[in-house]
Design a protein around this ligand. Structure first.
Ligand SMILES: Cc1cc2nc3c(=O)[nH]c(=O)nc-3n(C[C@H](O)[C@H](O)[C@H](O)COP(=O)(O)O)c2cc1C
Length: 345
């Protein structure tokens, strides 16, 4: 395993850039093209709308996820604490950022130890799938899960990000059998996510065939990692390379629609540019079970735990009202017929 001594610094750079710069993708998620079908007589009592679900044996008050972001540094630890306390209080799920730094340097493990702040929450560990080509294996995946007593592991796929980083690990060859080994050997479910460019149906199908328990699309239209990395690059030529990728990727809504063709009703998580509870409702109508928000929650957490909790409660209420106004009493009732404009995607 080749250690990357500058990794924690890079993680702090990512936090600062996400907090201070405009790193919004130049394309849209596609959610605006979709309209939820209004029901003037919903036949329901708003009080009775049920937004709860059970996933991986964990009860959630609403299908909301704080997407994988941070850890590995002092600032990362502080954000993880705030995010985890809010996840626990609001009854939602949370992922940590890549734990590679803590695997390489166990002193950093504590920055990911969020179970103490969120004893009941559904928590996701996180590693880059590509690290399976750079010395990581089953043991490192198990250690990542144990670090926060996670209920599942996310392996992230970020080929474009690695390609656009000067220090990136861009050997993505022959990863599928290694992902299969991880799925077979881990005591918890393994999910795969992108980081903001989406997961095409062929890739999703292959991943599900080798035992991946769910796909988090992290589609395009939200945070653009081509832009984030561009702000990190002092070299104007490298920045010019990244500049062309600001509108890359599969828009989130379109990606969800595409994955509806998958056989066997797999677990799909919607993320990438979700703005509010109405985008979440549209995602659920397109077949997702959970909706993830990354940068939106980072910006809120930066203002403090109560601001973050307020924003989570607003999303929950928006979802509940959208369900009411569409005549949807519980999450399992959402379906594509609640949407107009699907042909525009
Ligand atoms: C500051 C920051 C750090 C991130 N670090 C990771 C990471 O370590 N691992 C990962 O899988 N995704 C990471 N992501 C990607 C998010 O999980 C998410 O897929 C992406 O930002 C798109 O969601 P958004 O448009 O809601 O921000 C990070 C996102 C942000 C904003």
């Amino acid at each position: 395993m080749k250690k990357d001594a500058l990794l924690p610094q890079r993680k702090d750079d990512h936090l600062t850039i996400n907090l201070e710069q405009n790193v919004q993708s130049s394309i849209s998620t596609g959610f605006k093209k979709l309209q939820l079908k209004h029901k003037a007589l919903p036949g329901l009592d708003l009080q009775g709308i049920d937004t709860t679900l059970t996933l991986f044996n964990k009860h959630l008050a609403a299908p909301i996820l704080i997407s994988s972001m941070t850890g590995g540094t002092k600032a990362g630890a502080s954000f993880n604490r705030t995010l985890a306390l809010a996840a626990e209080q609001c009854g939602i799920a949370m992922g940590v950022g890549s734990q590679r730094a803590a695997i390489e340097n166990p002193e950093l493990s504590e920055t990911f130890n969020i179970r103490k702040f969120a004893p009941k929450a559904l928590l996701f560990a996180n590693l880059g799938a590509v690290q399976l080509n750079y010395g990581f294996g089953i043991d490192e995946c198990k250690r990542s899960v144990n670090m926060l007593e996670a209920n599942a592991l996310y392996l992230h796929l970020n080929p474009l990000q690695e390609a656009l980083q000067p220090e990136g690990n861009a050997d993505f060859s022959c990863l599928l059998p290694k992902i299969e080994q991880v799925c077979r050997s881990l005591p918890v479910p393994v999910l795969v996510k992108e980081v903001g460019w989406g997961i095409d149906i062929d890739t999703a199908r292959k991943l599900l065939e080798v035992g991946v328990a769910g796909i988090d699309i992290a589609g395009a239209g939200g945070t653009s990692w081509a832009k984030v990395e561009m702000y990190r690059l002092p070299d104007p030529l490298r920045a010019a390379v990244n500049d062309a990728f600001g509108d890359w990727g599969i828009p989130t809504a379109q990606n969800l629609l595409e994955l509806r063709q998958l056989e066997g009703n797999p677990l799909i998580i919607a993320s990438g540019g979700l703005r509010d509870g109405v985008d979440l409702a549209k995602s659920l109508a397109l077949g997702a079970k959970l909706g993830g928000y990354a940068r939106k929650f980072l910006l809120a957490a930066n203002l403090g735990e109560s601001e973050l909790m307020n924003q989570i409660e607003v999303i929950k209420t928006q979802l509940k009202v959208a369900m009411f106004a569409c005549g949807v009493a519980s999450l399992s009732e959402w379906n594509i017929h609640h949407l107009e404009g699907v042909e525009l995607l």
